[in-house]
Design a protein. Sequence first.
Lengths: 435, 226
Amino acid sequence: MATHEIFMPALSSTMTEGKIVEWLKKPGERVERGESVLVVESDKADMDVEAFQEGFLAAVLMEAGSTAPVGETIGLIVETEAEIAAAKAAAPSPAAAAPAAPAPAPVAPPAPVPAPVAAPVPVAVSPRAGDGRVVATPRARKLAAQLGVDLAALRGSGPNGRIQAEDVEQATGQPVSVARVAEGTAPAMAAPAGNGAAAAPAAPAGQSFGRAGETVAFNTLQQAVVRNMNASLAVPCFHVGYTITTDRLDAFYKQVKAKGVTMTALLAKAVGMTLARHPQLNASASDAGMAYPASVNVAVAVAMDDGGLITPVLASADRTDLYSLSRNWADLVARSRSKQLKPEEYTTGTFTLSNLGMFGVDRFDAILPPGTGAILAVAASRPVVAALKDGSIAVRRQMQVNLTADHRVIYGTHAAAFLKDLADLIENRPERLAL
Amino acid sequence: MAPNTPAILFEAQGPVPFPLAWDWQRRLQRRRFDDPSAPDALLLLQHTPCYTLGRGASLSHLGFDPDHPPLPLYRIDRGGEVTHHGPGQLVLYPVLDLQRHGGDLHLYLRALEDVVLAVLQELGLEGQRIEGLTGVWLEGRKLAAIGVGARRWISQHGLALNVNGSLEGFGAIVPCGLAGRAVGRLVDWRPCLTPEQVAPLLLAAFAHRFGLTLRPPGPEEGLGES
């Protein structure tokens, strides 16, 4: 079968993805060898992409306006008019124009996907389109090199048998994870300091995006983080800390856990309710002055496995009930993993929550995301020996929270009053979170 | 590549209407397709007032009706958003085989920024890059706009450096689609500076950065009606 793929070209060693500006040919149209088929843009540079074979443009797999990773198949060229229909049928339907890189193309060819196995197992070599060369995505190649998988022994699940990263993972028995999301589910059930044993689920081994000696380009998500972090340097921030006793919150969590309530939802609800009474903490600095958003949207920072950070938003966290918040959060996390969040679902936060409690972190401070006034860093809740007001000594579970705020809008007294109310709600009235 | 490779320099005398300069670039590009051993070429000129839009540019950055623009408006085959050209702005259009210069479009954009930064340094000014915003900036104002297009790695379009022209034309657009970012010109820092004074600095910086020796076109290398 003479189907030739058009790949997203690498216009630069620092280019991870490119935008399709325009298809110069329509599906079904004849293309000459060397004729421009489409235009790709990266930064302020355009490049005409030409056909290396003459034939017919059979399918456009990525529409104009969409963005595709370098090496992704974006179109198909066939040699004869008769092959157009067959190539079209085998190809996945075109991805709609999206602002971010779409998820990997769905499985198209009839080849059955090998079931996950425990060790690298060679799978029968499938015949390659044309000349027998191995067709694989750049990510699949890199992964194969890292995991020691022989690409020639794999059967690809991509268009025309192209080997995808998932195929490599499957061959090693690794779970097909698009992106692992490190998400706080509890203000940590970490072991008390000093005994050295981590009681919490073991933290993943240290993550790295490259091998020793390499310099690896930032991917799109990481680049977004770089931009945001640099922008934060222009904001005069200060930090205010508070220690909150969580025994009653933990007890309440045990009661509602069975109803699907997560600790993230509890914390977001507590922050949302307190923000509603402290609008100054929900405000941000703008050129025109202090901007007070129409609603309280609590964003929660989530680390992505493939780099970068995303902040899914629990909209109107003050007015949404705890059970809906928990369901919304589960849905947002699931769709973060598959990269299906709409921009308004991760860019509309008015206040951010960052929780590292599940790793046993006892204190940290967060960097303020642009366009907001404050972010709260939540650390682990741990049993400590506490001196109580009546002079007695008792063991209490306590967590430290640390607020980072833009001093142009939020002053020390605002931050202090907010934290005092938040602590009061969590320490004394956690059941109000369910009202 | 070997240092000091010869390259042809075309320098226009008076302001050039955009379509003419565009046609020159495409001719030079075609020459390279037909003869891969043809030398790199460079156009240095000033434009008559106009607006140009990159291929993917948004019309929302125009402060006017695109059907009735106050100046001629061209949608062209480069990357980037809308910009304005006019007398007092030096425009440099390199038609290079980028495969001979690294084969990396982002690197090429950075190299064009290097050229402008070197010119500013000659004038005792410290220009800046802003991460993610291609161009050259001075004290928060954008002095040079950059946008390129390539076919088979042969470049066209390039950079525009504001020297002493009126900035009024930028008022009707959001230059490069960047709201809230001002446009500047060299004469506001170095009074009395003219494009004629800056041109040799720009050419020298370009030749140095790209390892080229500039020479005028030979008798067979003209661009016709120039």
